[in-house]
Design a protein around this ligand. Structure first.
Ligand code: ADP
Ligand code: ASP
Ligand code: MG
Length: 412
């Protein structure tokens, strides 16, 4: 007997027919003698709809009330799944975040503080199945809280860690983690194994198949994750520690995957003084305003000459960023703030980069051969990212995928 968390995303829960199919997958796991907790997302499109309603109601809405509205999508699907499971003769019940409770702090992007598993232990002792809405928790003050978009993945992994599950299965609309988004590159290849570290980097640079926080949690607790399809019955992708790779006979590419992120905006400041403290004078107020700066490039033509500073922030923070910069413009001293939202960040990720030189150079050459201009660059030990004009997104992802030898063999 194993303890399993099964998480079903929005497309898997989109409508009663889909929910019936999910019920059959849950039933199969329960009939194998496993203890099962199911975490569900809202139906596909529902959370977007609820977010838009909040925006329509007021452009600056209270995050506490936003949480009350957007958490409702998961309440509906968990109730519906419990009903269909009961209809199949299974002993299933839904438990809202506040009923367990899943304790969280903050609103709109709340952090999970802890999960009480007493209720779940009683459910399992009685041979039952627990259905839990993803994305939601409850604050110490008893208020509803949501975990940020895509947060049901994090709910599932946190629950799996708290109940000491043997594994956490993430059922979605693709049958695993691919070398890049298979909806953009049909030649993308499914990966059998991905390390936590690689998945963390891939998710953080835009592979939204898993919420980044969920991968961080799985890594911290050594929780084996499996990404698989709720539509097709075939093996998925296992996300595991580095040690699992050592026994793996599979030959691994230097690059594991390519991801892209259209959620960044570029800010360029011209005519900056070349003196100590200038850059600090720009980034300190942005940090104080909780604005996450990602890529940074500064060019100083010659000592003493005015410089140009380019950096990226989340698109949603752009208006806030320019407002903060305008406040310090006179004091710090720069000529102009130029912004550009038509950019995309494209990244190559792979643990093999540690022992292989020339990965970045290959990226720059591949893009140059296609006439794609690079606006900014960042690297980490296992990642290279470039910022390029948004219009080249598909082309860049495709040519890099081919250049790094990732194209699937049967797609020739
Ligand atoms: P769910 O609603 O099940 O949580 P998501 O839409 O959040 O599903 O995540 C699944 C989607 O992630 C896929 O439909 C796919 O388009 C996208 N995706 C992006 N990068 C990758 C990748 N490297 N491998 C697989 N899917 C990816
Ligand atoms: N329903 C939420 C969202 O769309 C959470 C999730 O699906 O993971 O962001
Ligand atoms: Mg998701």
């Amino acid at each position: 007997m194993a303890r399993i968390v099964m998480k079903f995303g929005g497309t898997s829960m989109a409508g009663i027919e889909r929910i019936r199919h999910v019920s059959s997958l849950v039933k199969r796991e329960a009939e194998r003698g496993n203890q099962v907790a199911v975490v569900v997302s809202a139906m596909a499109g529902e959370t977007d709809r609820l977010v838009h309603l909040c925006r329509e109601a007021a452009s600056l809405y209270d995050p506490r009330e936003y949480d009350v509205v957007v958490a409702s999508g998961e309440q509906v699907t968990s109730g519906l799944l419990a009903i269909t499971l009961q209809g199949m003769g299974l002993n299933a019940r839904s438990y809202m975040g506040w009923q367990l409770p899943i304790l969280a702090s903050g609103h709109a992007a709340a952090l999970i503080e802890g999960i009480d598993v007493d209720v779940l232990e009683r459910v399992f002792d009685g041979g039952g199945i627990a259905v839990i809405p993803g994305f939601q928790g409850v604050t110490a003050e008893g208020e509803l809280a949501t975990l940020g978009r895509g947060g049901s993945d994090t709910s599932a992994v946190a629950l799996a860690a708290a109940m000491k599950a043997d594994r956490c299965d993430i059922y979605t609309d693709v049958d695993g983690v691919y070398t890049t988004d298979p909806r953009i590159v049909p030649k993308a290849r499914k990966l059998d194994l991905v390390t936590y570290e690689e998945m963390l980097e891939l998710a953080s640079v835009g592979a939204k198949v898993l919420q980044t926080r969920s991968v961080g949690l799985a890594m911290r607790y050594g929780m084996p994750l499996q990404v698989l399809s709720s539509f097709e019955d075939r093996p998925g992708t296992l996300i595991v520690g580095d040690d699992a790779l050592e026994d793996s006979p599979m030959e691994r590419n230097v690059i594991t995957g390519i991801a892209h992120d259209k959620n960044e905006a570029m800010v360029t400041l011209t005519g900056l003084a070349d003196s100590p403290g200038t850059v600090a004078g720009i980034f300190a107020p942005l940090a104080a305003a909780n604005i996450n700066v990602d890529m940074i490039v500064q060019s100083v033509p010659r000592r003493g000459e005015k410089s140009v500073l380019t950096f990226t922030v989340p698109r949603a923070s752009l208006a806030h960023t320019t407002a903060e910069l305008e406040k310090v413009q006179a004091e710090v001293g720069f000529d102009e703030i130029v912004t550009n939202t038509e950019v995309v960040k494209v990244s190559a990720v792979g643990v093999g980069m540690r022992s292989n030189a020339g990965i970045a150079a290959q990226m720059f050459q591949t893009l140059a051969d296609r006439g794609i201009n690079i606006l900014a660059i960042t690297t980490s030990e296992i990642k290279v990212s470039v910022l390029i004009p948004e219009e080249y997104t598909e082309l860049a992802v495709r040519v890099l995928h081919t250049a790094y030898g990732l194209d699937s063999e049967d797609s020739e």
